[in-house]
Design a binder for this molecule. Structure first.
Ligand SMILES: Nc1ncnc2c1ncn2[C@@H]1O[C@H](COP(=O)(O)OP(=O)(O)O)[C@@H](O)[C@H]1O
Ligand SMILES: [Mg+2]
Length: 248
């Protein structure tokens, strides 16, 4: 038994002849903020999709809190306390901020039926308002999500992922396309959420300053394999990483 929240064990994922992920293993401890970096096409999103049940891995297994969850669908993983944000925004532009967050809460509860037939907010309005307040979006609560700036939508996306109190959140490029001011904002809120809830994060991110100041440990992928692992300082000074990625 490991005490890891997430254990990735010898995961490989092949698409025909493409070896997108090759024999990747790592553990993530409770409350840890782990960064996952690497060049475009190095297998980061594919690895997330294997962990999250979007893809079933060609080889290997995934454990959450010591339970084998390999290939479980995303809805089941939600019940295990796992949530994600997508590389592409997943907010509904024609719904208000509040409606988006309530809907996310319903999806985390897996209550598709109540979404269709049940009470309009399933008792989630209060929790949604608190989450919106946590991300300092209260002044926009009744605005259509599509009218928010891109950075604000990324914050909203994070607020939606945190509905339902996940133990583990996988964030795929949360900072992508976000301006400098909102970036500081986003990082501050993620760190605050991690500190107050001891939620475990795995973060894919290209913005090095963001990832190095947010994460306590970083794993570097190249061509589907782990080429380095360490603290932000160790990664910054790792010659193999500089050659494969940072130098480019
Ligand atoms: N659904 C898919 N079908 C075929 N090839 C894929 C699929 N998803 C990803 N790939 C390939 O797998 C490799 C890794 O992609 P990806 O995981 O998206 O990388 P990253 O997120 O690090 O940019 C790439 O060569 C990509 O083209
Ligand atoms: Mg990706």
């Amino acid at each position: 038994m490991s005490s890891a929240v997430l254990s990735v064990k010898n995961i490989s994922k092949h698409f025909g002849g493409i070896k997108a992920v090759q024999d990747v293993s790592f553990d993530v401890a409770e409350g840890e903020v782990l960064g996952l970096i690497g060049p475009n096409g190095s297998g980061k999103s594919t690895l997330f999709n294997c962990v999250l049940g979007q893809y079933s891995p060609t080889n290997g297994s995934v454990e959450i809190n010591g339970h084998d969850v390999t290939g479980l669908p995303p809805s089941k993983l939600n019940k295990e306390g796992v949530a994600r944000t997508f590389q592409q925004l997943s907010v509904f532009p024609n719904m208000t901020v509040l409606e988006n967050v309530i809907l996310a809460g319903q999806e985390h509860q897996g209550t598709m039926l109540s979404r269709l037939f049940g009470p309009s907010d399933a008792g989630l309005t209060e929790a949604a308002k608190q989450m919106i307040e946590f991300f300092r979006l209260s002044h926009l609560i009744d605005e259509l999500a599509g009218s928010l700036s891109y950075g604000q939508q990324k914050l909203l996306d994070a607020a939606m992922a945190f509905m339902g109190g996940p133990r583990l959140v996988l964030l795929d490029e949360p900072a992508g396309g976000v301006n400098l001011t909102m970036l500081g904002n986003l990082k501050e809120h993620l760190i605050a959420y991690n500190k107050t809830h001891n939620t475990t994060f795995v973060v894919i991110e290209h913005n090095m300053e963001f990832v190095m100041s947010l994460c306590t440990r970083i794993i570097v992928l190249a061509e589907g394999q782990i080429i380095a692992e360490g603290t932000p300082d160790e990664i910054r000074n790792n010659q193999q990483v500089i050659d494969a990625y940072l130098g480019g």
